[in-house]
Design a protein around this ligand. Sequence first.
Ligand SMILES: C[S@@+](CC[C@H](N)C(=O)[O-])C[C@H]1O[C@@H](n2cnc3c(N)ncnc32)[C@H](O)[C@@H]1O
Length: 512
Amino acid sequence: MMGGSMMGGSMTAQRKEAKTWEFGDFQTPDALAYKAMAHLRKLDPDFQPGTIVEPTCGAGAFLLAAADAYPDAERVVGLEIEAAYLDVLRPKVAARQDAGRFDLRAADFFKTEWESLLAGLAEPFLIVGNPPWVTSADIGRLKGRLQGSNLPQKSNFQKYSGFESVTGKANFDISEWMLIQNLQWISGQSGCLAMLCKTAVARKLLRHAWKEDLPITGSRMVQIDAMQYFSAAVDACFFSLKTNAGQSCRDCALFDDFEARSASKVFGYHQGTMLAHADGFHKRKAFLGSDRYYSWRSGVKHDCSKVMELRKTENGLKNGYGELVEIEDLCSFPLLKSSDLGNRRVRETRLEAIVTQQRIGQATDYIRDRAPLTWCYLQRHAAALDGRKSAIYRNKPRFSVFGVGDYTFTDWKVAISGFYKCLKFQVVSPIEGKPVVFDDTVYFLSAKTEAEAQFLADLLNSKPCQEFLQSMVFWSDKRPITADLLKRVNLEKVAKCLNRGDEYRNFTDQPI
Ligand SMILES: C[S@@+](CC[C@H](N)C(=O)[O-])C[C@H]1O[C@@H](n2cnc3c(N)ncnc32)[C@H](O)[C@@H]1O
């Protein structure tokens, strides 16, 4: 169910919807909150919280379920930014016999002095709830329609060590920031964190905790059918862990549902790497380490597909505005996109990409003399190219692209799409006599010859290497295959394991 329906008044429907999104407002159905709390109790019947905290309590589904599950907790603290939800919750609390232990506050998580609010409250804490399902980018997009302000203060979150590494700089889930803070509250004492959230967010929190060596144990995730409960097409889970409750542990058990008796898999952490299948990883961990010779690259980045990507038609090349385009061959290359790799279409393409440079930062005015039609075309669309928002284009030669180097123009490559849920590496040959370029969601290795490309594909598609990669791939991620993942494979070690070490040395010109 999507929240916000009870927030009426003068708000227009559009503003209401924007506000719902800004606050990541998906209220938990009562039945799910009670199920989750029953699960938590069953899991750890001895755990007795002194204080229950719901940091973004909404209409109170989790707050009330937790209060009922733990009737001996001294205080039940609920905070919520949207006062209308507290108007719904307050009468429910007032009607309870234990109303005196509740403390409900209309406040902004990011502007709350949590340290003083929690000081002196009985330990251990149970931090419970369902934080907002929204990313900083979503909020950015809402700017203008609303304040677009539901974000931690920049100065605030930069102070927090490890935040950048957890979230990445460009875009992060608001709940990630909140959960990191929640965990901080209980890192110095014994406590329990139990939250319904996106599975990817829970995983990032765990990576942070494991990386920072925080004293956590008993991590587990129970998968939730987010479509059924929230009409949302995301991977979500009920995630719980305890702090300072025995020896720290770097494993997390994943359960398919609340009824499952045993974990369907265990994932973990090893030397800075998140493991989707700890067992598979340990079997093949000899392959871990970057390769000395081969470097993974991503395809060309231009952020202007309407101008830079051209489709072959009966009448000639057409750009994304539907205009016929006449340009020289010099800067035009056959283009394969992620979807082509994902669907194994690598022998031919109907797309061409304009690649204006052979290396990053190269001056582009050579095009004026050597390819005047291309230069005119770029000039004609200069407004779109000059208007590219990403900071990487600032103070760079006009019409610059990224992801270019000698490796872009080798005839043979072995490539994979970052987006498709398939670990198949494909050999890519030149098309119509020209080297193929990829979009920036494709990762590839360059090869000098077809034999070398085939050799690399054999290594990468071999069973041992696939087992190793599979152990680190989280298929529910938006981009499951990343350069970071691929760079963890030492191909020389894979070659040796397959008795092909001599070929590796031959291809890499090393003395045998
Ligand atoms: C996913 S809903 C869940 C509500 C409640 N925890 C539950 O389980 O039903 C997230 C809630 O966070 C609230 N929220 C969003 N941003 C907030 C902030 N900065 N401070 C406090 N609450 C916030 C929203 O209004 C919404 O009620």
